[in-house]
Write a protein that binds this ligand. Sequence first.
Ligand code: DGI
Ligand code: FE
Ligand code: FE
Length: 198
Amino acid sequence: MEPIFIGKGIEYRKEFENYVQILKERLTEKRFYHSLAVAKEALRLAEKYGCDAKKAFLAGLLHDICKDDDPNLQLQLFGEFGIILDTVEKKARKLWHAIAGAAYIKEKLLLNDEEIISAVRYHTTARKGMSLLEKILYLADFTSEDRDYDGVDDMRRAVDVSLEHAMREALIFTVVDLTEKGMPVHSDTMEAYREIVK
Ligand code: DGI
Ligand code: FE
Ligand code: FE
């Protein structure tokens, strides 16, 4: 089950076929499909909101590249590249794949694009002062065609109103959801929330 690409989607998929192959080897089928769907949605949002469409597509493709890795492998990568986790990160393993993913595409895939690397780095927590590309990836991860959580239709409407409106909705959704589940909210998420939800 793969998303149907049209127009630039087809071109970019061909251009990035080497990355697509790496993803296919590293990810489960479901996560692979999710990655292609996020790439497609990020491309759509980039064209709508005047961001570099190719960078958005590639950030979408790669954003979860370490998501299916064994936690020990992720820890090994942190050791290898001198990455120190803070208190919340140590406890919240779900945050590791974003930190690991950014290091992996920089250090292992040798992708030399700091904008894409930081979009991957902050795609899970968000942060204050996000770039256009960072916001597009963060939101594409919420609204890609494979998503089916309660409230996804509202998020899809929000993302077509404006990025600011959608960021607000997404951050409220995340902070409420984590709090209800009794999970610690990362300081990057709280700072993004305070900046945007006023
Ligand atoms: O990787 P995906 O599933 O596509 O999506 P994601 O990278 O946005 O990861 C979502 C998960 O990350 C979800 O289970 C909640 C968790 N998460 C996001 N922000 C925080 C968080 N967990 C904690 N503890 N604190 C956060 O601030
Ligand atoms: Fe993720
Ligand atoms: Fe994702």
